[in-house]
Design a protein. Structure first.
Length: 247
């Protein structure tokens, strides 16, 4: 459902069950912030990993892993390891495929806006850094910090590694750690995302832009957030200074 059809563009602050006190939205100064952006379905307009599985798997086993993950029987690390076992694609073919993946048209302008305020946006993804960097390079949005799982292409096999697992039973990449580290360094954290792996970091961020499953979770859990449909909404919001003052 379009979040703006259901509740307007702004989700109200509710019962405050978040784990730490928050700065009021209007108290944030943009230049004091670090901005974390999820990748699949936030920067891209579809889930790239799902599409790779759909296009390059030799069987349908990946759907069984997907169902197990969606119902919480396995975490995303076990899910991705299982799913990638069925994929057959060479590095050359993968790079060619990734060159066809576009990003939200407002992502480039958003990055430019943030850089004007001295902010280098950080991509945090439960996907793979190789895939993300390839897509961003093809879309001429290079040079961003990317925290994601690692991927090695050996022959026609994709071999994952999970340097940021942090012992979490749910996520292969514990995105929360980056938000907490940034706050420890004195920054306020703005978080933009759509998925289940974004729920945990959103609980700790100072300002959250949410859509999709993240928006539903924020509503269920009482995590204050701003609903968005695409990055044009986030761009307009930050440019206008509705919630963050410039400077
Ligand atoms: Mg996502």
């Amino acid at each position: 459902m379009d979040p703006r059809d259901r509740n307007g563009s702004v989700l109200t602050v509710s019962n405050g069950r978040a784990s730490r006190p928050r700065v009021g939205h209007h108290g944030l100064k943009l230049s004091d912030c670090e901005v974390f952006v999820d990748f699949d379905n936030t920067v891209t307009q579809f889930d790239v990993i799902d599409n790779i599985l759909e296009c390059f798997s030799i069987n349908r086993d990946w759907r069984t892993f997907e169902d197990a993950w969606r119902t919480g029987r396995i975490g995303s690390k076990e899910c991705l390891e299982g799913q990638l076992r069925s994929v057959r694609i060479t590095r050359e073919a993968l790079v060619a495929y990734l060159s066809t993946v576009s990003v939200d048209p407002s992502f480039g302008p958003l990055v430019t806006l943030l850089k004007k305020h001295g902010i280098q946006p950080v991509i945090v993804s439960d996907g793979f850094s190789f895939i993300i960097q390839e897509i961003l390079t093809h879309q001429h949005v290079g040079g961003l910090v990317v925290y994601a799982n690692h991927l090695q292409v050996v022959g026609d096999r994709l071999l994952p590694a999970f340097p940021y697992a942090n012992g979490c039973p749910r996520c292969a990449h514990c995105k929360k750690v980056h938000v907490l580290n940034s706050q420890l360094a004195g920054k306020k954290a703005i978080y933009i995302g759509d998925g289940l792996s974004d729920v945990c970091p959103a609980q700790h961020a100072d300002l959250v832009f949410a859509k999709g499953n993240l928006l539903d979770a924020c509503r269920d859990m009482g995590i204050p957030c701003v609903a968005f449909t695409d990055l044009a909404d986030v761009y307009r919001d930050l440019k206008k200074g509705t919630r963050c003052v410039s400077g």
